[in-house]
Design a protein around this ligand. Structure first.
Ligand code: HEC
Length: 185
């Protein structure tokens, strides 16, 4: 009987840790509704936001828990899949979205093969982050820097078209419009 109970308990806990991370277009939301950490935004699709924020805020880095969603731009997303799902990308799945006032459409999703519309491979850049940062680049984790000034990053974040209330300044809206007009975004 005791063995039975132990086996039952193990089954329960192993199920709990292997909860599937289901991702659809509805999984993504306006950046301003996510949790800001320094310059980027996080969420957790399994409801484990505290664990995600803890790693994101750690000065030592760490491994993001399954379900973690990380974004810098409205249309590029990293989602942490189930542990062991893809050892090459450390279980990160990369997404490129189209976003408008109706929400998000998934243009591309995948692992080491996703290329953004500027011709850059997500994984190839992000793998350069030092191991303790779990593929998160920020500005000083070892990745090649993005050729985009911070003010433009802020404008794209503030003018995310999916947000119901737009808090972008006129200048930020203009910057957002210009980037969309003059680039493949
Ligand atoms: C040219 C290299 C490069 C490519 C290609 C690239 N990224 Fe990044 N990405 C970066 C750098 C560098 C940062 C940090 C920028 C900063 O904070 O100023 C970043 C930031 C991010 C962040 C915020 C967390 C972090 O790492 O700082 C996410 C999420 C992200 N990118 C996802 C993607 C996805 C998804 C793709 C592909 C669709 C992609 N990136 C393509 C270099 C790249």
């Amino acid at each position: 009987m005791r063995i039975f109970l132990v086996a039952f308990f193990l089954l329960l806990t192993s199920n709990a840790t292997a909860r599937p991370v289901e991702i659809t277009e509805k999984s993504f939301k306006c950046l301003q509704e996510m949790t800001p950490v320094r310059g980027f935004f996080v969420d957790n699709l399994l409801g484990d936001l505290d664990a995600t924020v803890k790693v994101a805020q750690s000065a030592q880095g760490g491994v993001y828990p399954p379900g973690s969603v990380v974004q810098l731009f409205p249309n590029e997303v990293m989602v942490k899949r189930e542990t062991g799902f893809n050892p090459v990308t450390k279980d990160w799945e990369f997404f490129e979205l189209d976003v408008d006032k109706n929400g998000s459409t998934i243009r591309k999703r995948g692992f080491a093969d996703v290329v953004n519309r500027f011709g850059g491979n997500c994984f190839a850049c992000h793998i350069a982050a030092k191991p303790q940062w779990d593929l998160i680049c920020e500005q000083d984790h070892g990745c090649e820097k993005l050729p985009i000034p911070r003010s433009v990053v802020n404008s794209l974040q503030k003018a995310d078209p999916r947000c119901s209330t737009n808090t972008a300044t006129l200048w930020q809206r203009f910057t957002n419009w210009s980037v969309r007009f003059f680039t493949p975004l």
